[in-house]
Ligand binder design. Structure first.
Ligand code: NDP
Length: 253
């Protein structure tokens, strides 16, 4: 039996891209999922595709899913997400802090609203997630928090200063959590390179969008990240996979 089976997993940003691919993969391995994002139609569709108690690829997997519409910039909504997970499934084993956006632009364009948005979703959203589940995981004396950083959390790119800052912050938070784990909480930081999702659609600057569209022609499938997340979760409790970087083989940066 996979160690993913029956684990209660919250995924933020589950309505597309990496979150959706991860939901599909974990459901097939028998996880009990609480899916969160703002677009209810997409969450509904995804939950409908996960037969209750049936799982995806394997009817015997026992995977199941429900959703709660959640904007991660609103702390009360994130708290309510954790509470509903607890009342639905009785515990919280894993939080995947995946919601994020990447409206890249050079600093000279002074797109302060987009800077605020990235800080609110990519950093504060992650912290609100941790705040909502950590006391519950402490009570359980076990839990696993998986944060989505990026290669942009390892290297700063021109035209990406604020996004990189948010992803460096996520990596710092993951490492801080690891140091304070007290032997109870596992902390995994995942740093993807170019993955084919809706992420670059958040870029409003035309030149940057054109460059990124060109760059993303090498992007790989979102399931590459879902597999890495599944690998981290399915390790035994005394094994903490802390850092994974996954790039397309053809990606240099
Ligand atoms: P997508 O744009 O496909 O997905 C982003 C998800 O985040 C959506 O489900 C969106 O749902 C959700 N989201 C955005 N804002 C909020 C919010 N305020 N509250 C709740 N959910 C929100 O992109 P990816 O799947 O690629 O992105 C997932 C993560 O992976 C991000 O953190 C991203 O930075 C990171 N990443 C991605 C890489 C890539 O190349 N794709 C590379 C490195 C890192 P909704 O709009 O319905 O709320």
């Amino acid at each position: 039996m996979s160690l993913i089976q029956n684990k209660v997993v919250i995924i933020t940003g589950a309505s597309s891209g990496l979150g959706e691919a991860t939901a599909r993969r974990l459901a097939a391995s028998g996880a009990k999922l609480m899916l969160a994002a703002r677009r209810e139609d997409r969450l509904k569709e995804l939950v409908a595709a996960i037969p209750q108690g049936g799982g995806f690829a394997n009817a015997k997997s026992g995977g199941t899913a429900t959703y709660r519409v959640t904007d991660v910039v609103d702390r009360a909504q994130v708290e309510a997400l954790a509470k509903e997970t607890l009342s639905t499934y009785g515990r919280i084993d894993v939080l995947i802090n995946n919601a994020g956006l990447m409206p890249l632009s050079p600093l000279d364009q002074v797109k302060v609203e987009e800077w605020d948005q990235m800080i609110d979703v990519n950093i504060k959203g992650v912290l609100y997630g941790i705040a909502a589940v950590l006391p519950i995981m402490r009570q359980q004396k076990s839990g696993h928090i998986i944060n989505l950083s990026s290669v942009a959390g390892h290297k700063v790119f021109s035209g990406s200063a604020v996004y990189c800052a948010t992803k460096y912050a996520v990596r710092a938070i993951s490492e801080g959590l690891r140091l304070e784990s007290n032997g109870e909480i596992r902390s995994t930081n995942i740093s993807p390179g170019a993955i084919a999702t809706e992420l670059i659609s958040t870029i409003s600057d035309q030149d940057t969008a054109a460059r990124m569209n060109e760059f993303y022609t090498i992007a790989i499938d979102a399931d590459a990240i879902a597999r890495a997340i599944a690998y981290a979760i399915e390790q035994p409790g005394d094994v903490d996979v802390n850092e994974i970087i996954i790039r397309p083989t053809r990606q240099e940066l």
